[in-house]
Design a protein around this ligand. Structure first.
Ligand code: PLP
Ligand code: LYS
Length: 424
């Protein structure tokens, strides 16, 4: 069970001091629930691993972008990693500091770049030569100096799911590390650009620290070549990507990740004093969240047995998209006859790929509550309205208190922006 999740005397799931069944009674089902203490403790584990060393933790907003979650992190002093102007607007709405925010992403539009510069963005992580030139043009027109860092692609195998590996030369992300030097020289000489750092992010859900170490070594080699040319840096951004335990993975602890990075950076006199920035998303939000769902129907069969629940791939798409194996545990038992079985946990959507888990051995009854664990990251933030399903409510538990940080979507809001054609 993730930290801050436990069982009450009846054996039902509790999030901090609140029963899952109470949450569903109040907010209905399916509902995302998050533990504030879990978010804070993950953030602190990273920050404590740095100790007195200069660092910045830029939480990757895409993992969970609810402003209630962002505000918890802003209060802890977090910076943010964003990939759209929309995410920046969320950071600001939550009380986060644009000056402590980095803007990543391969496709920043001119309007997004201008908006970010107007807001006082901390750093633009540039992912191509064309983007660098566009930023220079926009900043010149605005008579500003844009703080930039090149996101380099170090060609390191993160050994994760191919869809979430980003640091291989076949991936669309970043600038090939061997091509970065002339672009840095060009940017350094440009009056509207201020080179502040090097950035890299090699992938997500890494369960081994060695790719992080390899990437840090390649980034340091580039930092030396820049120093030889008189280009000094103000920070090194080594990205996010630390994995979490979904079922039987054994990911490194926060301290192991930071130690792996520091073993490279702190050993180098060039970078010992340089602030290290990181961009973790999943590690902070993932274990803190669960998706609570109710069993609607049991459909036992000789070949396969299906437990049809009220959450679906539109609410949580990781299993359908990546085939991710996420733990599904009982969260509250309904009265009535229990049926033992090995269940396919599926949703109501009209797609064969609509499943939350395969072959789960459980005794179930209709009306039971289940919890998909580790759903705090890339859960709600990737949810859609497919099949005209309102997205779930989101609840932040803080001790014994529940905060409804997002209401369940009212049905008519789903077509509120649509119009009937004006012709017959
Ligand atoms: C640029 C960038 N930074 C940070 C992250 C956060 O990754 P994770 O949630 O795996 O820590 C991502 C997503 O992979 C990303 O693309
Ligand atoms: N959405 C992915 C991670 C992608 C990270 C974004 N760069 C997941 O659920 O695992």
């Amino acid at each position: 069970m993730p930290p801050f999740f436990s069982r009450n005397d009846a054996g039902d799931l509790q999030i901090e001091q609140v029963d899952a069944s109470e949450i569903v009674a109040r907010y209905n089902s399916p509902t995302y629930v998050y533990s504030r203490a879990a978010i804070e403790s993950a953030y602190r584990a990273l920050s404590e691993a740095f100790g007195e060393r200069a660092h910045r933790i830029c939480y990757a907003v895409k993992a969970n972008s609810n402003i209630g979650i962002l505000s918890v992190l802003a209060r802890l002093g977090a910076g943010f990693d964003i990939v759209s102007y929309g995410e920046l607007a969320r950071v600001m709405a939550a009380g986060g500091d644009p000056g402590r925010t980095v803007f990543s992403g391969v496709g920043k539009s001119a309007a997004e770049i201008q908006g970010a510069l107007e807001a006082g963005i901390g750093c633009l992580n540039v992912e191509s030569e064309a983007e660098l030139r566009r930023i220079a043009e926009i900043a010149s027109e605005m008579q500003q100096k844009a703080p930039i860092s090149l996101r380099v692609n170090p060609d390191v195998d993160a050994r994760t799911h191919p869809y979430i590996s980003t640091g291989l030369k076949d991936n669309k992300f970043g600038i090939a590390i061997d091509d970065a030097l002339p672009l840095y020289e060009w940017a350094h000489a440009h009056p509207a650009l201020e080179v502040t750092g090097i950035d890299c992010h090699i992938g997500s859900q890494l369960t081994d620290v060695s790719p992080f170490r390899d990437a840090a070594e390649r980034v340091m080699a580039l930092a030396h070549r820049l120093a030889e040319r008189g280009i000094t840096l103000e920070h090194l951004d080594l990205g996010g990507g630390l994995g979490i335990r979904y079922t039987d993975e054994t990911p490194p602890a926060a301290a192991d990740w930071i130690e792996a990075i520091r073993s490279v950076v702190d050993a180098d006199p060039l970078a010992r004093e340089l602030p290290i920035w990181i961009e973790p998303g999943r590690f902070i939000a993932g274990p803190a969240g669960a998706l609570l769902t109710r069993v609607e129907y049991l459909k036992p069969g000789e070949h396969k047995s299906f437990a049809i629940v009220d959450a679906a791939m539109n609410d949580l798409m990781r299993p359908a998209l990546y085939g991710s194996d996420m733990a599904i545990v009982p969260a509250g038992q309904a009265p009535g006859e229990r049926q033992p079985g090995t269940w396919e946990i599926v949703g109501p959507i009209c797609e064969t790929g609509d499943f939350l888990g395969h072959e789960r051995a459980m005794d179930l009854a209709e009306g039971d509550l289940l919890a998909v664990l580790g759903a705090g990251a890339y859960g709600f933030s990737m949810a859609s309205n497919y099949n005209t399903r309102p997205r779930p409510a989101e609840v932040l538990v803080d001790g014994g208190t529940c905060h409804e940080i997002r209401r369940r979507e009212p049905l008519d809001s789903l077509w509120a922006l649509e119009q009937l054609p004006t012709t017959d």
